[in-house]
Design a protein around this ligand. Structure first.
Ligand SMILES: O=C(O)CCC(=O)N[C@@H](CCC(=O)O)C(=O)O
Ligand SMILES: [Zn+2]
Length: 345
C-alpha cells in the first residue's frame, strides 16, 4: 500500500535516488504535488504520474516513456529526469497519465549495457525462458511488463510508448526510430509528425515481432510504440544535452497536453526504411564481415557478402542494403545486426 510522503531525499532527485537504490526492493510510496498531481513510486526507477481527476486531457492519451533499458545509454535518462524535475518544480502542469521508467538501474550504476543479460531481449514473455531463470534482468522485465499492463488497463485513452535509447556505433542518420511489427499495422500520421517534432527524421519498419520492450507494448497492449535512437552512447555527464532538446521539447508538449505544432511545408518528411534481414549469431562457425567500427546506415552494393556460416552465405541482392546495429559480440541466437532498404510509406 502506498504511503504519502517525499519520494526522494531533499538533496536528491529521481536519477540519484535510482542510482543510490539500484539494487534495493523498496515499497511503493506516493506523494501529491500542490496542484493535485499524484506520483506513485512503484519501484526503484518506476513512477506512475497522474494528473488530478478534474484536469482536461486534451489529447485523450496516456504515455509510457522509458529510458535506461540499456544502462550505458545515459542521455535519454538525463532527459527524462530533467522533465520530471521541471514537473516537480511546478514549471508546467501535467495533462495526461504517465508511466516513467528507468529500465535497468544496476546496469546504469555499472555504466554497462546490461549486467547479466540484455534486458531488451527479455520481453513478450522471453523472461520466462529457462536460460534466464534467476537473473535480475528477467525479474525486471516481468515487473515492467506487469506495470505497463496495469497502466494500460487502468487508462483507456490512446496509449503511446516511447523507449529512448542511444546507439553504440556512430550513425549516418543520427536520430532514428524503430516501429515494431504488428500484422497489418500502418504508422499513424500523428506519430510521424511527433517524430519529426522531436527531430527524429528516419523511421525503420521492423519485419517481425521481437522480444524488445516496444514489441511487447505494441503487440500485447495495443500501444503505438517506438524505440527511438537519439545519438551515441556516452557516460553520465559527457552528453551534449543540447542535441537532445528536440525530444525533450516534444515530450514536454505531449505531457502538457498542448496541440501539435503546425508542420512547416518546408519540413522534410520521414525517410523510411524496412528491415529485409535480421542477422543472427548462428554459432555454426558464424563469420561476420562488417568491421566493428562501421557507422549505422552504411550502405553495401549488391554482391557484398555480409556474413556466412557452415550452411548459409548472406549476400546483398538486387539493390543496395544498409546495416544498422552491427555487433558480433552477442550470444548465439541473438541479433548481430539488421539489413535494411529504403521504402516509401
Ligand atoms: O547500437 C546498438 O547496437 C544498439 C542500440 C540499441 O540498444 N537498440 C535497441 C533497438 C531495439 C529494436 O530493435 O527495436 C536494441 O538493440 O535493443
Ligand atoms: Zn539501447
Amino acid at each position: 500500500m502506498a504511503t504519502s510522503t517525499r519520494l526522494f531525499d531533499s538533496d536528491s532527485d529521481w536519477l540519484s535516488h535510482t542510482l543510490t537504490n539500484a539494487n534495493e526492493s523498496l515499497p511503493e510510496i506516493q506523494t501529491t504535488l500542490p496542484d493535485g498531481t499524484c506520483i506513485v513510486r512503484k519501484a526503484v526507477g518506476v513512477l506512475l504520474v497522474t494528473p488530478p481527476p478534474n484536469r482536461e486531457n486534451p489529447n485523450h492519451e496516456a504515455l509510457i516513456v522509458s529510458a535506461g533499458i540499456h544502462g550505458n545509454e545515459t542521455a535519454p535518462i538525463e532527459v527524462l529526469n530533467a522533465l520530471l524535475n521541471e514537473l516537480l518544480n511546478e514549471e508546467w502542469q501535467l495533462a495526461c497519465p504517465l508511466l516513467l521508467i528507468l529500465g535497468n538501474p544496476p546496469a546504469m550504476v555499472a555504466g554497462e549495457r546490461f549486467v547479466d543479460t540484455n534486458l531488451n531481449r527479455l520481453f513478450s514473455g522471453a523472461h520466462d525462458k529457462l536460460t534466464y531463470k534467476g537473473l535480475p534482468e528477467a525479474a525486471r522485465a516481468q515487473f515492467l511488463e506487469e506495470a505497463c499492463r496495469e497502466f494500460a488497463e487502468t487508462h483507456s485513452q490512446a496509449l503511446s510508448h516511447y523507449d529512448l535509447h542511444t546507439a553504440i556505433r556512430p550513425s549516418r542518420r543520427e536520430k532514428f526510430a524503430l516501429y515494431p511489427f504488428v500484422p497489418g499495422r500502418q504508422v499513424p500520421k500523428a506519430q510521424c509528425d511527433f517524430l519529426l517534432e522531436a527531430e527524429v527524421g528516419t523511421l525503420l519498419l521492423q519485419h517481425e515481432a521481437a522480444t524488445t520492450f516496444c514489441s511487447f507494448s505494441s503487440s500485447f497492449l495495443g500501444a503505438e510504440s517506438f524505440t527511438i535512437e537519439l545519438g551515441k552512447v556516452r557516460p553520465f555527464g559527457l552528453n551534449k544535452l543540447q542535441r537532445f532538446e528536440g525530444i525533450k521539447t516534444a515530450l514536454r508538449r505531449r505531457f502538457c497536453g498542448a496541440a501539435a505544432p503546425i508542420r512547416q511545408a518546408s519540413t522534410a518528411p520521414l525517410t523510411t526504411f524496412e528491415v529485409v534481414h535480421e542477422i543472427l549469431n548462428t554459432g555454426k562457425n558464424f563469420r561476420f564481415y562488417i568491421p566493428d567500427t562501421v557507422a549505422n546506415f552504411t550502405e553495401y552494393p549488391p554482391g557484398t557478402v555480409i556474413w556466412e556460416d557452415d550452411d548459409t552465405c548472406y549476400r546483398v541482392e538486387q539493390s543496395p542494403q544498409a546495416i544498422v546495429f552491427p555487433n558480433p559480440n552477442v550470444p548465439v541466437g541473438q541479433r548481430v545486426g539488421l539489413m535494411i532498404r529504403p521504402v516509401r510509406l
